[in-house]
Design a protein around this ligand. Structure first.
Ligand code: BG6
Length: 510
């Protein structure tokens, strides 16, 4: 079963041609094609659609169709592939081989687009997906502009999905945005963040604003702290050359984690579409005051993994990974304490941590509630029963747990911690979804809610840039400072302990 479409998303998108730059890359085969196939299977791709792949690999339409056919069978988690649906998909797929720095490639693109529009009777809507190296983002858009493919007219819309990272720091993000803005209006630019395509991340909005019981307690009076953990057991795999220039702060914090934090902390939007949600998310980011150098030294931790073990297997140190410098000072772990300075959250610490090669693969948000104002029960064991906690499991476990206190059965009043659980796997969660379905579909119907608007990107860089500057000025002297397979450097535990807390990790929805 494919995950059913989100409510309200029940009409096929507008007829269009989807042009994928980087069509022979990893993202295309692992995520984009399976997601487009799933949309087709759900009836959410328009009847009149075509896929046009562009990449440097030599090949023609037939070659591309054969390639994607073997890829969909290898990478789609939706089994079995419905061959009738796939055949329809396959025959609507086309390919152009060419160098993206060459004008000739774009002239060819224009000719092929005109042919496909005519041949399949698809109106002029075109979605361009930039699944290419960030260094090519502005080149591709400039070339598209030069041949008039970015201009919208009565014949159709033009939208561009830009992958992350959007810039390397604040100034390069601004420069990139300026370059894109030469050719595109803000409402044509869809800055994608695949975390926002995750079912459980979107559910944060529904959980908070679709229920009336949580909102009254969702503030500093009742919540003592918030923790966001994004832990991976994977290392950098074959992405060493990118990652060694990026590090965990740019790779995870600036985009995915700040976005999740914004959904947790935002005020209720006036509607759930368009700019309302993005306006509220921006306000949260603006309320995260950039830290002074002194605060950075005391409220941030960076780490890099040394050799260790993951699931009983020896794994090398980060510096021994392919395409990583032997003396690399890039952080593979970050822990931070942030403050959201507004009336709702003043003095509530937001702790975030993320890292590669950690002890578990998990993304979860823990909301720690305050203790009851008067301890009637369990007075003699206040430390043994922690106050209520709400755990939002984002992945790979998907669900929500609320830890409450209950009386243990028996003649005496003793308390126990009891989890109230909601598990997505028991809720008709279909397999096979990549997380890109919603985002691709939203772009096709022109709903930008789940995409980053530039002002948020800019504000996120304003938060992380000062930290990166201090780290660069004072290179870490103790790297590697955690073993692969651990929970990161001990200094991360000391950081949170300084504020009277400890990191929580809920391995499973119990
Ligand atoms: C990507 C990062 O954006 O997100 C990767 O570049 C990271 O380094 C990945 O591994 C994590 O995504 P997910 O969906 O597996 O949590």
């Amino acid at each position: 079963m494919v995950t059913p479409p989100p409510a309200g998303h029940d009409r096929p998108g507008d007829p269009c041609i989807i042009v994928i730059f980087g069509a022979s890359g990893d993202l295309t085969k692992r995520k984009l094609l399976p997601a487009l196939y799933n949309l087709k299977a759900l009836g959410l791709l328009p009847k009149d659609f075509a896929i046009l792949g562009v990449a440097v690999s030599p090949g023609d339409d037939q070659w591309f169709r054969d390639e994607i056919t073997s890829e969909i069978h290898e990478f789609s988690a939706h089994r079995p592939i419905d061959e009738t649906i796939w055949e329809e998909f396959r025959k609507r797929s086309f390919y152009i081989s060419g160098d993206l720095n060459s004008t000739a490639t774009f002239e060819k693109l224009k000719t092929v687009l005109e042919r496909v529009h005519g041949q399949l009777k698809i109106p002029g809507n075109i979605l361009f997906y930039l699944a290419v190296a960030p260094t090519l983002f502005s080149t591709v858009v400039r070339q598209l502009g030069a041949i008039g493919l970015t201009k919208e007219d009565e014949k159709g819309w033009r939208r561009v999905i830009v992958e992350k990272p959007f810039g390397h720091d604040l100034s390069s993000a601004r420069a990139l945005n300026n370059e894109l803005s030469q050719e595109l209006k803000e409402n044509q630019i869809y800055r994608i963040d695949h975390y926002l395509g995750k079912e459980t991340v979107q559910n944060i909005l529904v959980f908070r604003f679709g229920n009336s019981v949580f909102e009254p307690t969702w503030n500093r009076r009742y919540i003592e702290y918030v923790q966001v953990t994004v832990a991976e057991t994977l290392g950098v795999e074959l992405r060493g050359s990118y990652y060694d220039q990026a590090g965990a702060m740019r790779d995870m914090v600036q985009n995915h984690i700040l976005s999740v934090l914004a959904l947790i902390a935002m005020e209720p939007p006036s509607s759930i579409s368009g700019d309302s949600v993005r306006d509220e998310k921006l306000k949260v980011l603006e309320a995260i005051r950039p830290m002074s150098p002194e605060e950075i030294l005391s409220n941030t931790i960076r780490g890099q993994y040394g050799a260790g073990e993951i699931s009983g297997e020896a794994v090398p140190a980060y510096r021994r990974e392919p395409q990583v410098s032997l003396s690399s000072n890039t952080e593979t772990f970050v822990a931070l304490k942030l403050s959201v300075e507004n009336w709702r959250w003043a003095q509530v610490p937001f702790f975030i941590r993320t890292g590669k090669r950690l002890a578990a693969h998990t993304t979860q948000v823990v909301i720690g509630f305050r203790t009851v104002p008067l301890l009637l029960f369990g007075k003699n064991m206040p430390n043994h029963i922690p106050p209520n906690r709400l755990v939002l499991y984002i992945q790979p476990e998907e669900g929500i747990t609320l830890d409450i206190h209950a009386k243990r059965p028996g003649p005496k009043i003793t308390l126990a911690n009891v989890p109230l659980n909601f598990n997505y796997s028991e809720f008709g969660r279909g397999d096979g979804a990549t997380g890109y379905e919603t985002l691709l579909y939203d772009c096709i119907i022109g709903d930008p809610t789940l995409f980053h608007r530039y002002d948020s990107v800019d504000t996120s860089w304003q938060i992380v840039d000062p930290i990166l500057d201090v780290w660069q000025a004072l290179p870490a002297r103790d790297f590697p400072n955690y073993a692969a397979g651990s929970w990161g450097p001990e200094s991360s535990d000391r950081l949170i302990a300084k504020f009277g807390h400890q990191w929580h990790h809920y391995p499973k929805i119990s």
